[in-house]
Design a binder for this molecule. Structure first.
Ligand code: NAD
Length: 371
């Protein structure tokens, strides 16, 4: 069983899908690991570190590989020489990169999309969306604080008092919860909103103030596996009114709202931005999925009405070392949980296998792509 670790080629991608720790653990399972030269260079892992963990460093890492690990989906052309039916284990962006998925099928690979990991308790340690969103929520607040020309905490000084920043977090999933916690640690006064009623308790438990649409019902219970869906027009109208009333008093807004397989919901309009104080900062974590904020652009600081609107195409790539270490562990936790000692390779079960498998036997087989 040969496992190949790719050097990422996508622009702006700094992460790597393995760490010296996971290389050692794969070898302990009986696999051999080959790493492309420089694969960890942007994540503070040198070729020497990988070699010391037992990996072979090779430009031909893919040659003869049975499992190929990536952060993002590799270019199908870069996989020539891999074994027939080899697994591609990465964040494959199945809806955004459909042509690439079709190419994996045509080449006979078994592509496993890690973002399709089901949200069940036993898969939590394999969930790349959670591990990466958590870090992204943290970094969004740090970046917003950095771009803000004032302080976050209240300070009483001999020269006078600096008031605490008011921070509003929209979307309280994994990223939003970490954004609330980070903003609180920095000393901001934090409020937050979501469409899922279950988040109200979580917001309170982090010491923030819940701001919820009361006139129209949101999503009760766990809905579609804990994910949000598109809201009714009536809800959207009520939410827009609520945001208009609240946002003018905020200094920092962090938006994180996503709907799987769809464009991100628009939560803040240009007219609402115009009501904010000049010098305020909005960080749009959904910018790569179309954006929660009107006018936000990936990797650009857009200034509207004196308000800075920030958003990165790939936020976890801005904390490459930690993001890689956690991503690498997610992949190891996934493959090792299914490792069959006798066969010397992982054998997936139906629940998780069918959820993440996109292609097999030359065809696209995943329900979410076929339906
Ligand atoms: P996400 O990234 O899909 O969305 C971020 C947040 O935006 C969500 O809380 C969502 O409800 C919210 N949102 C969507 N549309 C909105 C709108 N119009 N207005 C305001 N907010 C909106 O979500 P996520 O971070 O992946 O987490 C979703 C849920 O899944 C959470 O409850 C999380 O704890 C749970 N989860 C479970 C597991 C597991 O059990 N394995 C793993 C990860 C997450």
């Amino acid at each position: 069983m040969r496992i190949a670790v790719l050097k990422e080629t996508a622009s702006g991608e700094t992460r790597v899908a393995a760490s010296p720790e996971t290389v050692k653990k794969f070898i302990a399972l009986g696999a051999s690991v080959a790493v492309e030269p420089g694969a960890g260079a942007n994540a503070a892992v040198s070729d020497e570190d990988f070699a010391a963990a037992g990996a072979q460093i090779s430009k031909d890492a893919v040659k003869g590989a049975d499992i190929i690990l990536g952060v993002q989906g590799p270019d199908p052309a870069a996989l020539a020489g891999a074994n027939p039916g080899a697994w591609i284990v990465a964040g494959l962006d199945p809806f955004g990169q459909r042509a690439r998925v079709d190419a994996y099928a045509a080449a006979g690979f078994e592509a496993l999309a890690m973002e399709f990991m089901p949200r069940i308790t036993r898969a939590q340690s394999m969930d790349i969306l959670s591990s990466q969103s958590n870090l992204a929520g943290y970094k969004a607040v740090i970046e917003a604080a950095n771009a803000y020309g004032r302080a976050f905490p209240m300070m009483m000084t001999a020269a006078g008092t600096v008031s605490a920043a008011k921070c509003f977090v929209m979307g309280v999933g994994v990223a939003g919860l970490q954004a609330i916690a980070t903003a609180r640690r920095l000393g901001a006064q934090v409020s937050a909103t979501d469409v899922r009623s279950a988040t109200r308790e979580q917001i309170l438990s982090l010491g923030a103030k819940p701001i919820f649409v009361e006139s129209v019902a949101g999503i009760e219970g766990e809905g579609a596996g804990g994910y949000a869906t598109e809201m009714s027009e009536e809800y959207q109208k009520a939410q827009a009114e609520l945001v208009s009333a609240h946002i003018a008093k905020q200094d920092i807004v962090i938006t994180t709202a996503l709907i799987p397989g769809r464009a991100a919901p628009r939560l803040i309009s240009d007219a609402q931005i115009a009501t904010m104080k000049p010098g305020s900062v909005i960080f749009d974590l959904a910018v790569a999925q179309g954006g929660n904020v009107e006018g936000s652009k990936p990797d650009e600081v857009v200034v509207r009405h004196g308000v800075k609107i920030i958003g990165w195409a790939n936020t976890p790539a801005h904390l490459a070392a930690d993001a890689s270490a956690l991503f690498a562990r997610n992949l190891y936790n996934f493959l090792s949980a299914f490792w069959d000692k006798e066969q010397g390779r992982p054998v997936l079960d139906e629940e998780i296998g069918n959820a993440v498998r996109l292609t097999q036997g030359g065809k696209v087989v995943n329900e979410r792509l076929l339906g």
